[in-house]
Design a protein around this ligand. Structure first.
Ligand SMILES: [Zn+2]
Length: 124
């Protein structure tokens, strides 16, 4: 495959990803930050929060309501491309509590936000 062709494929792929799966809106992000009230992992409420994909992009994760949580800079940098549950265990954070709360917040926000924009199911 020549370089020009590869570039076209890469561009197409990028456009497809953006159009279809990275659908977290600003409103959803604001709602996530409000619901967690700080870093989803360590609870820190100081400093700015970053969008962390529980399932990393490198592993097929996407910026969606069901996959993004607010994380402090420190947790986000530490987790990087790690699988979330093994990373939580390694950091000795409460994995079960995190997963329960994440599911609760997602369910609640999905119900609230679905009033305006219906989504046809989730990946999970
Ligand atoms: Zn944190």
């Amino acid at each position: 495959m020549n370089a020009g062709r590869a570039k076209v494929y890469a561009r197409r792929r990028k456009r497809r990803m953006r159009g279809r799966t990275h659908d977290l809106t600003d409103a959803q992000w604001a709602a996530l930050v409000a619901a967690w009230g700080g870093c989803a992992y360590c609870g820190s409420a100081t400093g700015s929060l970053e969008k962390d994909c529980m399932l990393p992009i490198a592993n097929g994760g996407r910026y969606t309501l069901s996959n993004v949580v607010p994380a402090c800079r420190s947790c986000n940098a530490s987790k990087w491309n790690a699988e979330v549950t093994s990373w939580l265990r390694r950091k000795r954070l409460d994995e079960a509590a995190f997963l329960t709360r994440q599911r609760e917040i997602f369910t609640q926000l999905e119900a609230e936000l679905d009033a305006s924009a219906a989504t046809p199911g989730t990946d999970d």
